[in-house]
Ligand binder design. Sequence first.
Ligand code: FAQ
Length: 330
Amino acid sequence: MYAQMIRSTGSRVKTLEEMDPQERAFQERIDAGGKIEPRDWMPEGYRRTLIRQIGQHAHSEIVGQLPEGNWITRAPTLERKAILLAKVQDEAGHGLYLYCAAETLGVSRDELTRDLLCGKMKYSSIFNYPTLTWADMGAVGWLVDGAAIMNQVPLQRTSYGPYARAMVRICKEESFHQRQGFDVMMKMANGTKEQRAMAQDALDRFWYPSLMMFGPSDENSVHSAQNMAWKIKMNSNDELRQKFVDQTVPQADFLGLTVPDEHLKWNEDRGHYDFSEPDWDEFFEVLAGNGPCSADRMEARNKAWDDGAWVREGLMAHAEKKKSRALAAE
Ligand code: FAQ
């Protein structure tokens, strides 16, 4: 039903001839590979779409700390604990760069946070799944960061300057995250029988949710056509999902693990793997706030916001005091 709704609401992209002169100049600049900067004129739809995408992306980084944060105190060694702690801190940093990029579009971080906390804005579906064992830390790094990088590397060339620049550093850090995840998986896959079983179980549970990260299939993607014309998005959802499968299956083979898809098969003619689609009904249920951990995630973020009220108030009072001192000294 949601898919049908999407199809009927998806709008056609205007041709250059249909645009007014200002819009046409804007589109031609994008077509020529130019960057749009905060003070440049932009269509309202471009601005709103960027706020939605960058805001959702920022929220995903922040909410994305929770499934791994869950394992910091239970990491098996001091070294693994230090690595995981650094990774989770990196995700917080990514959220902050992205909120800053969104703020250049005239929205405040407080507004974005409020929209997340009241359920008006989304965050990535993947973070509504639980992390049940230590092997899940491997699967998150390997598959979730792997999918995130596949989507984010092209975003370094996105048309909006502040977003593209934020992605450069984020991508560098994400590739470290992906490698540490693969390293955890290698240890588990080459460990005891029980550890191998944990690694396989983590792959079984995270495979399809990772494929869902790329968004609905192209025919059900409402925003793709316009976002690709504006170069807010550089590749379609299905293109990136296919690239991810093609890259990840040989890695699973190397680990000696089995991708949980009986239809997975190399297709010589296409030069790609054929694979099964995720359960899209499950995806839309998760988007509607009914994922296995949706309620927990929102409760944790709301609690963090409420618990942090005294810090925000203290910082605001300090800033006010500094401002009045500076005024008095003039
Ligand atoms: N989850 O028309 P499309 C990370 C929504 S970062 C939730 O195809 P679009 C780092 C979509 O918003 C992960 N919602 O949309 C990390 C729209 O709903 P709306 C986050 C989703 O924008 C790793 C509707 O469905 N990355 O993981 C999802 O053209 C480890 C229709 O979809 C980004 O945000 C989804 N998976 O394409 C952190 C990257 N997919 O708003 C911690 C930037 C779709 O109309 C640990 N974003 N929807 O109500 C993008 O590239 C795009 O926004 C897509 C969606 C590809 C996600």
